[in-house]
Design a protein around this ligand. Structure first.
Ligand code: ADE
Length: 223
């Protein structure tokens, strides 16, 4: 998959894109990420990308021309263009799966008080929020999307079966996991996990996943 990211702060991406899972996915060419500095498409001698809001009010709004130019410079037939904004559809695992099915994503990071509405209306295919809170801009949200999507690409996670059990994939939160030691400070690993009885382990995990989901996220059981 290829992802182009349009941002005023491409340097925000360098650490995360070179580390751990994303670093390996890029090195293995399963994922290609291209950072587009919005400022290079800015207007006039100051490469301006924002202006005052029509109708009055505090703060600046990102102008449409630099964003259209930056996106159109990298867009191809079939590119899926996403605006990150607190006003978007809330990201969840099924949205991540839908995004992961595209060959090419273009992520547009808003900043300031907002983005000229013509971007959302006439340029982007999707507007996505990573949660009901407001960040200073879409960059960290874009990184969340990139990491969540990359995990689903073939060959990126070592053990693909681990995707099947994890939280949010089967509609439940994940069951508790334990490793050695079998007893730590007197806290014991549940005996069933040491029993070697695979059927009993399966049942225990299912019960635990349901219990945890019921306690923490009843909305997932009864949407
Ligand atoms: N930009 C600012 N806040 C955001 C959020 N919650 N999700 C996506 N983009 C954002």
């Amino acid at each position: 998959m290829r992802i182009d990211v349009v941002s005023m702060f491409p340097e925000l991406f360098t650490g995360p894109l070179h580390t751990s899972l994303l670093g390996k996915a890029i090195a293995a060419r399963r994922l290609e990420v291209n950072l587009v500095d919005l400022r290079t498409h800015g207007l006039g001698p100051h490469r301006s990308v924002d202006d005052a809001t029509y109708g009055g009010g505090a703060g600046m709004v990102m102008r449409p021309e630099p964003i259209f130019a930056a996106v159109e410079a990298v867009a191809e037939e079939g590119s899926h263009i996403v605006l990150l904004s607190p006003r978007g559809t809330r990201l969840n695992q099924s949205v991540v799966q839908r995004l992961a099915a595209h060959e090419h994503l273009i992520l547009v990071c808003g900043r300031y008080e907002g983005v000229d509405e013509r971007v959302a209306e006439h340029l982007t295919d999707d507007e996505i929020s990573i949660g009901d809170y407001v960040l200073a801009g879409g960059e960290l949200a874009a990184l969340v999307v990139i990491e969540a999507v990359s995990r689903l690409l073939p060959g990126v996670l070592g053990n693909e079966t681990s995707l099947a059990d994890e939280s949010h994939t089967g509609g439940l939160l994940e069951y508790p996991q334990f490793t050695r030691p079998a007893s730590y400070r007197g806290w014991k690993v549940p005996g069933v996990l040491l029993s070697g009885d695979h059927g009993a382990v399966e049942r225990w995990r299912r019960d635990q996943a349901e219990r945890i989901t019921r306690e923490r996220r009843p909305d997932l059981l009864d949407p």
